[in-house]
Design a protein around this ligand. Structure first.
Ligand code: COA
Length: 400
């Protein structure tokens, strides 16, 4: 008897209230904006307001999924992040009260740089394969932060992607064959006492290429598809040009000539959201998937590749087949709105937000009300984060 297919039944994302245009940042850096637009493939980056964090974004991403599917059979919430807000409590537990999730549930936070959500997806598949009646909510949520004035600064960004993983999925059937690669390296890391990551940018690009080639070899050794079978490739995108570099490298390593048209057709749709949102670490690959699904190409019945990389490092290559009728499940209009409704800010405002630190004295601090979305971080008191829900906005998100 064949096992029931398992995969992504629904996918939704949220980003921040503010956006910084890369023309503004290029002026500040004294470089030609083309360096960011074409050299990195980035137009802008999402910037979190004072009353936003990974929890408010995660809740905003997951709320439309809960609205549509309810919480029945949802027994596991896996939240992946590398910009965690607590060393002990899982950020997913805040969602529990914000979204009214069931008490009969396991909730856990996963970390391995930008790779964490892929581990969550694989764990979700395993749980559902054992018991196909269960559903798993997987959430990737991150705010990418580097030091001001560094080469990495234009590759910041922020977003959350929520995915409902089920048996007999309506969007993407994930395939059980997967290739993995791990190596202990120091290309990007963030010690507990820092809010901004430390990165050896150039070596991280090379490490990424080596790791995805290793994951691909493992995938093939385990009987995976041929490279030519995939219609599109969704890569982790610290900046969108990286997807192009990665695909060229993969083709080249397998003896193909990576001509520009082939590479463009394979990756360009997946870069649409990341170009303007920036790096969202764990969410980046899945924003790429959302963009590919929302793109013009009809992917019904087509195999697509998912290529995950997290510095430090772990990579995974796996595939899925897009389900016929998938477009009926997508949130293309809401996704477009999440991007267009962001408020542009000038450099001074961006810098102030970048330099701001949450108070750590344990007293009550009320945060300025800057956002208008469904969830906000209202205050910090006795070292606790106090969140607020604006219920009328959840309905608005669903209408959009
Ligand atoms: N017009 C068009 N392109 C331009 C340009 C211009 N005026 N000026 C420079 N460029 C191009 C460069 O040729 C280069 O292209 P290439 O990568 O195809 O060679 C690209 O812009 C980047 O410029 P470069 O000076 O080589 O690098 P950088 O100092 O800007 O640093 C990163 C780039 C990625 C290393 C840096 O942004 C970083 O550290 N990012 C964070 C880490 C990261 O994202 N790692 C990825 C793996 S996880």
């Amino acid at each position: 008897m064949n096992a029931r297919p398992v995969g992504i039944h629904d996918i939704s994302f949220a980003t921040t209230h503010y956006v910084l245009d890369h023309v503004v940042l290029a002026q500040q850096h004294g470089v030609d904006a083309d360096k960011f637009h074409f050299g990195l493939g980035q137009d802008a980056m999402s910037i979190a307001a004072a009353d936003e964090d990974i929890v408010t974004m995660a809740a905003a991403a997951a709320a439309p999924i809960i609205e549509r599917h309810g919480v029945e059979h949802l027994r596991t919430v896996l939240l992946a992040t590398e910009s965690g807000i607590d060393q002990a409590k899982s950020a997913g537990l805040y969602l529990h009260s914000l979204l009214g999730l069931p008490t009969a549930a396991r909730v856990v936070e996963l970390k391995q740089a930008c790779y964490g959500a892929t581990a969550a997806l694989q764990f979700a598949m395993a749980l559902i394969t054992v018991d196909p009646s269960q559903r798993v909510l997987v959430i990737a949520t991150d705010i990418a932060k580097y030091e001001l004035g560094t080469a990495a600064e234009p590759t910041q960004g922020a977003a959350a992607v929520a995915m409902l993983v089920t048996a007999d999925p309506a969007i993407l059937r994930l395939e059980p064959v997967s290739g993995v690669y791990a190596k202990d390296i120091m290309d990007f890391w963030r010690p507990n006492y820092r809010t901004a990551a430390v990165v050896d940018g150039k070596s991280s690009v090379l490490a990424y290429l080596e790791a995805i080639e290793g994951a691909w070899q493992d995938y093939r050794d385990r009987g995976g598809r041929k490279l030519t079978e995939f219609t599109q490739f969704c890569y982790h995108q610290p900046f969108t040009k990286m997807a192009y570099k990665a695909h060229r490298h993969l083709l080249d390593s397998q003896g193909f000539t990576p001509d520009p048209q082939t590479v463009e057709a394979a990756v360009s749709d997946s870069t649409g959201y990341n170009r303007t949102i920036g790096n969202s670490y764990t969410a980046s690959l899945y924003l790429g998937l959302a963009a590919a699904l929302d793109g013009h190409a009809d992917l019904s019945g087509r195999p697509i590749a998912l290529v995950s990389y997290g510095s430090g490092c772990v990579a995974e290559f796996f595939g899925g087949t897009v389900v016929d009728g998938y477009r009926d499940q997508l949130r293309t209009a809401a996704n477009g709105n999440a991007i267009t409704r962001r408020k542009p800010i000038d450099y001074d405002r961006y810098r102030a937000l970048h330099e701001a630190e949450l108070p750590s004295d344990g007293r009550r601090h009320v945060l300025p009300e800057e956002t208008s979305g469904p969830f906000r971080l209202a205050a910090i008191s006795e070292h606790k984060r106090i969140y607020e829900t604006r219920t009328e906005h959840i309905e608005l998100t669903e209408i959009n």
